[in-house]
Ligand binder design. Structure first.
Ligand code: GRG
Length: 304
């Protein structure tokens, strides 16, 4: 385990997030193909979708987890770039007219608005597949078993039993009478699964003990839930200008969220309770996990 101590405080957490974003942006620039062929339009759209903005939260989790357990940063950066590719693909497809039909994402025109629908579908597909190409490359880890574990975990997290399954539940939600437990499952699959991968990738790269992997997964489950409730609160209470995307969509679509089920104040209290539980799981790691421990509360307090 690394002895490097992340300094506390929201400003320092913001600095740590910004530093992780700078590093993963440079890695993404290196890994993304350059548009210099007849099919360059799809590469343009991939770059547009991924560089137009984004908090790089998932890469930050991978980099912090890798540091905590002593995995080399160059390897962690490849996994961090891969998760951002999968996340960005999901946003590009989620914004399409056949899904959420959004014009604005990360404060800019969505990829299908900037290009066209076919290009946006292909750019999403190509980002998803590039992520697995990056993970499968020996530069990500010398041990093929580690590369295989990472690829299998990311496939599971992003597929029909993870993010895609959660998106399906979300789409059929208006035809069902979902309980709070159903909504929690939906959110765990749709949003939480990628957070779980992001938190376990560092320990996997470092070949950490299974107890450490499980602790990081438990942290991720609560972090994902707290993040999702905060996202729903932004949708219910923020403006498009502040959020950089359309808001009020859940209520408009009649979607069940913890905000619709518990009210704004109840959902905020629940998010704070879950964020505190997430932070407590990391107590055994002491000051080395300070940035990770502070992140859940930071996410719950965000307004964009
Ligand atoms: C289309 C397969 C498929 C899945 C879509 C992730 C997702 C599933 C849809 C996005 C819709 C949404 C608003 C989900 C709520 C949580 C979420 C993933 C928010 C966006 O993540 P951030 O805030 O985004 O980390 P940035 O732009 O900062 O990267």
């Amino acid at each position: 385990m690394s002895t490097q101590v992340a300094e506390p405080g929201p400003a320092l957490l913001r600095d740590a997030l910004a530093e992780a974003a700078r590093a993963v942006n440079a890695e993404l620039d290196r890994l993304l193909p350059r548009p210099d062929a007849p099919h360059g339009r799809v590469q343009d759209a991939m770059r547009y979708a991924i560089t137009v903005g984004g908090k790089r939260m998932r890469p930050f989790l991978i980099l912090e987890g890798a540091t905590l357990f002593g995995a080399p940063r160059a390897r962690a950066l490849r996994a961090a770039a891969a998760i951002e590719m999968v996340h960005t693909y999901s946003l590009v497809h989620d914004d399409l007219p056949c899904m959420d039909d959004d014009d604005l994402r990360r404060g800019q025109p969505t990829t299908h608005k900037k290009f066209d629908e076919a290009t946006a579908v292909l750019a999403g597909d190509a980002l998803l597949t590039l992520a697995f190409e990056v993970l499968a490359d020996p530069a990500t880890h010398a041990d093929a078993e580690v590369r295989c574990t990472l690829s299998a975990r990311l496939a599971r997290a992003s597929g029909g039993e993870g993010m895609v399954g959660g998106q399906m539940m979300d789409i059929v939600a208006p035809q069902h009478d979902f309980s709070p437990d159903d909504v929690a499952l939906l959110q765990r699959m749709k949003t939480g699964a990628l957070f779980e991968f992001s938190c376990e990738a560092g320990p996997i790269l470092a070949r950490a003990k299974s107890a450490d992997c499980e602790r990081l997964r438990a942290y991720a489950r609560d972090l994902g839930l707290a993040f999702q409730i905060a996202d729903d609160l932004i949708d219910a209470t923020s403006t498009a200008e502040k959020a950089g995307k359309a808001v009020g969509k859940d209520a408009e679509a009649g979607k069940a969220t913890l905000v619709s089920l518990m009210g704004v104040d109840g959902a905020r209290r629940e998010a704070v309770r879950i964020a505190e539980r997430a932070a407590a799981v990391l107590a055994p790691y002491g000051p080395a996990a300070e940035a990770l421990r502070r992140l859940p509360a930071f996410l719950v307090e965000r307004d964009a």
